[in-house]
Design a protein around this ligand. Sequence first.
Ligand code: CTP
Length: 397
Amino acid sequence: MLQGKEIILGVCGGIAAYKAAELTRLYIKANANVHVVMTRAAQEFITPLTFQTLSGNPVHTDLFNLYQESEISHISLAERADICVVAPATANVIGKLAGGIADDLLTTTLMATRAPILLAPAMNVNMWENSICTDNRQRLQNNGYRILDPISGMLACGWEGKGKLPEPAAIFAKTLELLTPNDLAGRTVLISAGPTREEIDPVRFISNYSSGKMGYAIAAAACQRGARTILVSGPTCLPQPHGVERIDVTSAQQMRTAMLNHAPQADIIIKAAAVADYRPATRADQKIKKSDDLDMILALEKTPDILAEIGEDKGRAILVGFAAETENLLDNAAAKLEQKNLDLIVANDISQEGAGFDGDTNIVRLLYRGGRIEELPLMTKEAVANQLLDRILGLTL
Ligand code: CTP
C-alpha cells in the first residue's frame, strides 16, 4: 500500500521520460505523495509542468535554487523519502552514481538518502551491454541499489534489443514490493478468482456478475509480500498482476482441476471465485434454435464444490473461503465455514452499498473457527486483501 508514502521520482533525459508521467499518475492514484526531480536533459524531453500538474507538487530541477525553498533541497528530499525511484535511469546517471559523482539535484539527493533506491534504466542496447555500464550496475547493486532490468524490443534509436523502459505498471509493482514487508516469503499462496462460465451451447453460457477484483487484489498483495502466488482465474477483464502465475480457466470443472493440481503445494488456499453452482446437464454441440413452443426448460446439474473437496483433505494448508450473501449473512457464512472445513471465511453482504461484485471497495466480516467474528469497515479491495493476509499470517504463527 502506498497510502501516504513519500516517493522521490527521478527523471533522466531519455525518450522514455514520457512514461514517467504515467508512473506518476499510478503513484498518485495509490495515494502516494510524489516529488519529481528532473535532470537538465530530462527537461529537453518533457516539461516540469507535466509532472507538477500530475503530482500536485513543485518539480525540483536545480541544486541551487534560491527561490524554491528555504531548506536545502537535496537534504530535505533525501530525508523525507520512503523510496527513491529513477525512471528512466540513463547510462550517464548510473555512471555518476557508481563513481560517486554528485553534481546535480538528483545525484546529490540519491547520495544523501537512506531510503531504498530503485533504478529503472532505459538506453540503447549497446550502451546497456557496454562493460563499463555493466560494471557500474554491479557496483550499485553491491551497494544496495535495486535495478529493474529493461525489456527487449524495438528501441527508439532504431536498434532491436534490450533497453526499453519496463511498463509503468511493472515499475509501480516493484516500488510496492520494496515498500511492503516480505512476510510471505517462502510461502505458496493459491487463489481462485472471478466467475465461471457453464456452456449451454457454442454461443451461450450461465455465469454471474463476479468481476474477479477481490481475488486479483489478494493475488497482487500476496505476491508483493513475497509469496509464490498462483492465481486460478475465471474469465475477467483484469490485467495480470505483476509477478503472479495465472492459470486461466472457464468452467467450474476446469477450475476444480487447476485448484486440485496446485493445492498440495500451497501453504495458503483462498477461494474468492464465484463458482457457478449449476451447469447445463448437457451442452448442445450446435446452437440451440428457437422452437414454436413458448417455453424452454433447461435441465441443470450441480457443479463440484471445489472448496468443500479441498477442505476434506487440506493437510497443513490454511483454507479460506468467501461467502457472498444477500440475507442471513452471518448464519450462512458460519454454516459454510463448518461444512467446508475452513479456517476462516470472508463474509460480505453484496446487497450493501460499497460491497458489490464489481466495485473497488468491500465491506467484510471475518468469521474464524471457534465463533470469533471480526468486522472490517468499508475499505478498498487492496486494503481488504492486506488485512486478510495479516489475519491469515496470524493463524500460521
Ligand atoms: N465454492 C466452490 N465451489 C462451488 C461453489 C462455491 O469452491 N461449486 C466456494 C466459493 O469459491 C466460495 C465458497 O465456496 O469460497 C462459498 O461460495 P458461495 O457461492 O457463497 O456459496 P455456495 O457454497 O455456493 O452456497 P450458496 O450458493 O447456496 O450460497
